[in-house]
Design a binder for this molecule. Structure first.
Ligand code: NI
Length: 170
């Protein structure tokens, strides 16, 4: 396993639209292990997406089970080719990103979503998510489409905040 380098703004690779995963083989599984190790290294993030380490494939990992304000969640999830199919409600909330280490921002996201995704073995799974987990998932899926949270701010003047320290959560 290896800790991979996290690309940071303004790296143009963060703006690319990632491609679907077609092979659920050992190469994919090795990459997922590296991506997970990278997520846990440094400031352990609730989510990470493959494009953040320069791999333009539709793979995300989220884990909302260790956040300071625990809410219903599915625990550790590896989602391959995730696709959001339903959105309901909207909510403003603060987000940060390993690729935008110096800022946090207020972003409007759907409150509840439905999605499906392949697991690492290639089986299709369906999920319903709400609140913080739904937000985390929408943030990560955005990475697959080359969108960063700062692209979704209503106003950079009122909704963007300088981060003093990227705190380690555990
Ligand atoms: Ni991010």
């Amino acid at each position: 396993m290896a800790i991979l380098e996290i690309l940071k703004l303004p790296d143009p690779r963060l703006k690319a639209v990632a491609e679907d995963v077609e092979r659920f083989d050992s190469r994919l599984h090795d990459f997922i292990a590296d991506l997970e190790q990278t997520r846990q290294a440094g400031p352990a993030a609730v989510g990470i997406a493959a494009p953040q380490v320069g791999v333009s494939r539709r793979i995300v990992i989220i884990d909302c089970s260790t956040t300071r304000k625990p809410a219903p969640n599915h625990g550790h999830l590896v989602l391959v080719n995730p696709e959001i199919t339903d959105w309901e409600g909207f909510e403003l909330g603060r987000e940060g990103c390993l690729s935008v280490p110096d800022y946090t921002g207020n972003v409007i996201r759907a409150e509840r979503i439905k999605l499906h995704a392949h697991d690492p073995q290639g089986e299709l799974q369906a999920y319903e998510m709400a609140g913080f987990e739904a937000r985390a998932l929408q943030h990560e899926v955005d990475h697959l489409d080359g969108i960063l949270f700062i692209d979704r701010l209503v106003s950079r003047r009122t909704d963007l905040f300088q981060r003093k320290v990227y705190q380690k959560r555990r």
